[in-house]
Write a protein that binds this ligand. Structure first.
Ligand SMILES: Nc1ncnc2c1ncn2[C@@H]1O[C@H](COP(=O)(O)OP(=O)(O)OP(=O)(O)O)[C@@H](O)[C@H]1O
Ligand SMILES: [Mg+2]
Length: 249
């Protein structure tokens, strides 16, 4: 069974058809890249999947159930986690404190005024594991606001991971990064997919990353599904070359 299915989904904004009749199946464990020129409908697709607004037509199923009428917060609770293009961390807190809030929230402990020593230990262990996995241990007591942009995005990934996602939606995870940071993020995406088996959907403009990590690629163009396939199928597809690879980006 697919973890995520879109069945004939369309979305209009007034007279503009931002997405037209999109059907998509994302099997458990897949790493799928969504690409397409500016205005193709990529972000709109994420907004529909994460329940920010409903499709004009069609249906989105997550984990076998329709998301119709389900709030974004409820979807997060069910394991659909999204990172946005803007950094979402508390810049005036340390990396450790950011992760502490994330882990306590994920464990449903954030509203408790007092934690038992056992709970506190389990929170600490979870934070330590996250920091180790993402190589953040050395930055634990640095204020998030003073970190390099790439490191801030890694903290964001740690926060996303603390929620134990079933499906991770990444909106241009390497936007604004230099080469070294981009490589680091690419490794991280590979790790989360390879070792943790997290199903991921990511919008990305950097073709090098896409061809390095994606299992399959979906190409949108002008609201339509132009092509879908493995990286080698997509790079050999004449329609894609015309619409995208040979285009402005
Ligand atoms: N809330 C909205 N209201 C009206 N029009 C919108 C809205 N969101 C998106 N659109 C329009 O829908 C189309 C698709 O936009 P979308 O942001 O999904 O494209 P995109 O593929 O993410 O592009 P980019 O690569 O530039 O981020 C565009 O024409 C956009 O102007
Ligand atoms: Mg966009």
């Amino acid at each position: 069974m697919s973890l995520l299915s879109l069945k004939n989904v369309s979305r209009r904004f007034g007279s503009l058809a931002a997405l037209s009749n999109i059907s998509l199946e994302i099997p458990q464990g897949e790493l799928r890249a969504i690409i397409g020129p500016n205005g193709a409908g990529k972000t709109t697709l994420f907004n529909l999947i994460s329940g920010l607004f409903p499709p004009s037509e069609g249906e989105v199923l997550f984990d076998g159930q329709s998301i119709k009428g389900v709030s974004p917060a409820r979807l997060v609770h069910r394991g659909m986690i999204r990172t946005f293009q803007i950094t979402e961390i508390f810049l005036n807190l340390t990396v450790y404190q950011n992760l502490e809030i994330a882990v306590e929230t994920a464990q449903g402990l954030n509203l408790r005024p007092w934690l038992s020593p056992a709970r506190r230990r389990s929170v600490r262990t979870a934070i330590d594991e996250l920091m180790e996995t993402l190589h953040l241990t050395g930055l634990a007591y640095r204020t998030a606001g003073e970190l390099a942009h790439g490191d801030q995005r890694v903290v964001e990934m740690a926060i996303a991971l603390s929620r134990e996602p079933k499906l991770l939606l990444l909106d241009e995870p390497t936007a604004g990064m230099g080469d070294e940071e981009t490589d680091q993020m690419t490794d991280l995406i590979r790790h989360m997919h390879g070792e943790r088996g997290i199903t991921m959907l990511f919008i990305e403009h950097d073709m090098n990353i896409i061809f390095k990590v994606a299992d399959r690629i979906t190409v949108l163009d002008n609201g339509h599904l132009l092509a879908e396939g493995t990286p080698s199928e997509i790079s050999a597809n004449a329609d894609v070359q015309a619409a995208y690879l040979g285009g402005a980006k």
